[in-house]
Ligand binder design. Structure first.
Ligand code: AMP
Ligand code: ZN
Length: 460
């Protein structure tokens, strides 16, 4: 058995064969830090985390690079409109730099709560202006660049095979879409900016000198420049959400391969959307849910992580509060099963369940299948020590906090008092009183269970 992954570029599943044996280099497009990320964005980051953990599980040495887009991502995909960072700054009366810092920190906190492993390299676009200008100079020398009034553009007609990531059927649609907002000075509707000039007579908060005039890099340039810096001109895997296929990733390929004449990323993987009310969850659509909204409704971030595993990453997933509730219940039950065997002496993991779990991962990261294998094991009659072995191995991949018990010290003092009185009543063998107190706690949403180690409680 070996790892098979779906490659958007070839439109088929391929055996994963890295450039260097047992090593995997990955570039995953990161957030634009002008606002909070929504749980739709986090679906993509969780999928990428599963990829990283799967590679590690299969004993690859992983190097993962993620960028932070803190300049140059404009409100329109056609290189028009305002910089999202400056929009955020105007909205909140802060500098673009403060906005970037604030939302980068918020993003990293959310990722930690979702148990998304930190990337090996986290790099900001604004820290890599020199590298981006270097790439633009290479493209200029190679003859791909022309200048118009608002910036330097990449001539897509000069790049053989432009748009091959989308497939031939889509390129017509892209051209038509781009035409709606097209800058009439562009030579082709699909041409894109690699360097934008600061507007005349206006000083931008984020701008840099360049041989062509003061301004800022186009959004796509940052990912090409930083991926090559940290992973080399050719590397193994590039990921993002499906919305990046037609423009962002298509343009990354054109400018990277235009400059180096080498294959850029060998395998392209894209996560499907999280939907809300039958549409892509998006900041611009208004109806979006943040991680903090889930917590306010009594969900833990890891309940949402479990929810992401209920659909294959290449299938759309609906977000509803009812379905999240089922994922919460399922995660709680799995956690109870893990805590029940936590202290059992370890035994050999049962080969069948372990094989099924691994086979699901190798089957293009089939997480519903991997979860099913874990559930089969939990429900089977294999010895508890073997269940513990499987659950521990699975938890390294799932990252669902299965072996973490509730922290009792979080109870408010008045409820803690009830709990203490109940412990005393039981010690005094006053079971009637203990039952009354159990009901009092239950009314307050606290369920009490008596174990050999004493009372245990959890929130309903
Ligand atoms: P952005 O901050 O808009 O650049 O998006 C960050 C990541 O989230 C990108 O990889 C997007 O493709 C992805 N993304 C955006 N919206 C969704 C969604 N509704 N479901 C899943 N992924 C998304
Ligand atoms: Zn990118």
């Amino acid at each position: 058995m070996a790892l098979e992954l779906f490659n958007t570029l070839t439109r088929r599943r391929e055996l994963f064969e890295p450039l260097e044996p047992r090593k995997a280099g990955l570039y995953t497009c990161g957030p634009t830090v002008y606002n909070y990320q929504h749980v739709g964005n986090y679906r993509t980051y969780v999928f990428e985390d599963v990829l990283v953990r799967t590679l590690k599980f299969l004993e690859y040495e992983v190097r993962r690079v993620m960028n932070i887009t803190d300049v140059g991502h404009l409100t329109s995909q056609a290189d028009e409109g305002e910089d999202k960072m400056e929009v955020g700054a105007a909205r909140e009366g802060k500098t673009a730099w403060d906005i970037a810092k604030f939302y980068t920190e918020a993003f990293l906190r959310d990722c930690a709560e979702l148990n998304i492993l930190p990337p090996d390299i986290l790099c900001k676009a604004t820290d890599h202006i020199e590298e981006q200008q270097g790439l633009i100079r290479r493209l200029e020398t190679a003859g791909y660049i022309y200048m118009i009034s608002d910036g330097l553009y990449f001539d897509t007609s000069k790049f053989n095979g432009y748009g091959r990531l989308m497939g031939a059927d889509h390129i017509g649609g892209l051209k038509a879409g781009a035409r709606v907002e097209a800058n009439p000075q562009k030579k082709n509707p699909t041409d894109f900016a690699v360097w934008k000039f600061s507007p005349k007579g206006k000083k931008r908060q984020m701008e840099w000198d360049s041989p062509w005039g003061a301004g800022f890099p186009g959004w796509h340039v940052e990912c090409s420049a930083m991926a090559m810096k940290y992973l080399g001109e050719t590397f193994d895997i590039h990921c993002g959400g499906v919305d990046h296929i037609p423009i962002h990733h298509t343009n990354e390929i054109a400018q990277s391969e235009g400059a180096t004449k080498k294959v850029f990323a060998r395998l392209w993987m894209h996560g499907e959307f999280l939907l809300m009310n039958q549409a892509k969850m998006a900041k611009s659509e208004g109806g979006f849910v943040k991680l903090s909204d889930l917590k306010e409704r009594g969900f833990e971030p890891l309940d949402y992580r479990y929810h992401c595993f209920t659909a294959h990453y290449r299938k759309q997933l609906d977000f509803t509060w009812e379905s999240l509730e089922s994922s919460k219940t399922a995660r709680r039950r799995l956690r109870e099963a893990a805590l029940a065997v936590k202290d059992e002496p370890l035994r050999f993991a049962c080969a069948d369940h372990e094989k099924a779990f691994r086979a699901a991962l190798e089957d293009d990261l089939n997480m519903p299948g991997a979860l099913a294998a874990v559930w089969d094991c939990v429900k089977s009659n294999v010895p508890s020590g073997s269940k513990r072995a499987i659950l521990q191995r699975a938890e390294n991949l799932l990252g669902l906090g299965l072996f973490k018990a509730d922290v009792p010290s979080e109870l408010p003092p008045e409820l803690q008092q009830l709990l203490d009185r109940r412990a005393k009543a039981r010690a005094d063998k006053n079971f009637k009183e203990a039952d009354v107190l159990r009901r009092d706690l239950e009314i307050n949403g606290i369920l009490v269970e008596d174990t050999k180690a004493g009372q245990k409680w959890r929130r309903r």
